[in-house]
Design a protein around this ligand. Structure first.
Ligand SMILES: [Zn+2]
Length: 362
């Protein structure tokens, strides 16, 4: 059953200050920017907006995670220079600010952007400088998570981790592992890189459980002692993994639309997000890739309301939890929590318990 949100619910979700933790820079290119960059750098690609849109946005139901990942080939080809990294980063911060995302963590793999001659240091610096300027102009807070590639040589990922740590003063606060899980599913291959990141003071997150699975992929990722897991939806299949996530307070940064595209679940309505929340697993709601999934955070939250019957208080608590789980310094976290809570005080629907704000309860 679906619950169509009223216009008041739509306006409320759009207007609420939001936090988003699972967001890939190369999954968020505006089609118009992609055309501009392709023309500028002479990269073969569609030239019309409609064709570019169709290239950047993944099909609603790709056959696999591997197919979904192909949606990143063109964005990465277009992001091999300082100017293009600056433009794409600036666009993303502006787009998120327009959707009332007041705190965001942007993640990307610097090793994917060195083909034009930039060093890993250059790539991180380019994104960090652009983020600082855009965040200040838009009145939002942004932190960065450097991503290591699952398919990379572990020694290369150690170098990536050192570069990430070296840029802490520029807002790099997290370290992640991403890539096709089917090819090399053992995150422990990269334990040395995660040791460098952890010792350097970075928050640890790992992509896991994006393939349909019995929970074993998330269990393996827990061996790296992450603070958070990017996705992790398939953990729901194993009660012992669910219990471990709860006991260790590991947050799942879930992205239901993206999971449908990756084939993790058959449909949005079958996503375990609501079940995980009600089991007590710490959860945040995210888009993963605003362009590849063609969805804003407000739209994703509305889909959770409509398809998963999440109540407004449940959505709001996930939103607040994103701040609580954020890789951000404590004074900034306290300031953002105060800002969010002050805003919510004026909205009684966000505090009605347990389910009276949702049509389901009537
Ligand atoms: Zn992701």
């Amino acid at each position: 059953m679906t619950i169509e949100p009223t216009s008041a619910v739509r306006r409320l979700i759009q207007a609420m200050p939001k936090a988003e933790l699972h967001l890939h820079l190369d999954g968020c290119l505006r089609p118009a920017t992609a055309i501009e960059l392709a023309n500028h750098y002479g990269v073969a690609s569609p030239r019309s907006f409609t064709e570019m849109f169709a290239t950047l946005v993944a099909p609603a139901h790709p056959r696999s995670q591997a197919e979904l990942l192909r949606s990143f080939d063109l964005p990465i080809a277009l992001m091999q220079h300082r100017d293009s990294l600056t433009k794409v980063t600036t666009d993303l911060v502006e787009d998120k600010a327009a959707d009332r995302v007041r705190y965001m963590e942007i993640k990307w793999a610097p090793a994917c952007h060195t083909g034009g001659g930039l060093s890993l240091d250059d790539v991180v610096d380019a994104v960090a400088v652009a983020v600082t300027a855009a965040a200040q102009r838009c009145g939002v807070v942004v932190r960065l998570t450097v991503v290591a590639l699952r398919s990379a040589d572990p020694f290369v990922n150690v170098e990536v981790a050192h570069v990430a740590v070296a840029h802490r003063s520029q807002g790099v606060t997290g370290f992640d592992l991403a890539g096709f899980e089917g090819a090399d599913p053992d995150p422990m291959d990269h334990a040395a890189a995660f040791g460098v990141a952890r010792d350097g003071g970075l928050g640890i997150t790992v992509h896991a459980g994006e393939l349909p699975d019995n929970g074993s992929l998330v269990r393996r990722a827990l061996d790296l002692h992450p603070h958070r897991i990017a996705h992790g939806a398939s953990a729901v299949a194993d009660p012992s993994v669910v219990a471990e996530l709860i006991a260790r307070r590991v947050t799942l940064d879930l992205c239901p639309t993206s999971n449908v595209q990756a084939g993790t679940v058959a449909s949005f309505a079958q996503h375990p997000l609501a079940r995980l929340i009600r089991l007590g697993v710490p959860v945040t709601i995210n888009t993963d890739d605003t362009t590849v999934s063609d969805i804003t955070l407000s739209e994703e939250l509305l889909s959770c309301y409509r398809e998963l019957e999440l109540t407004l208080p449940e959505i709001w608590r996930c939103n607040l939890h994103a701040l609580q789980a954020a890789f951000v310094d404590e004074p900034t976290r306290a300031e953002l929590l105060g800002l969010f809570e002050n805003w919510a005080e004026r909205i009684p629907e966000l505090h009605e318990e347990p389910t009276s704000s949702h049509p389901r309860a009537r």
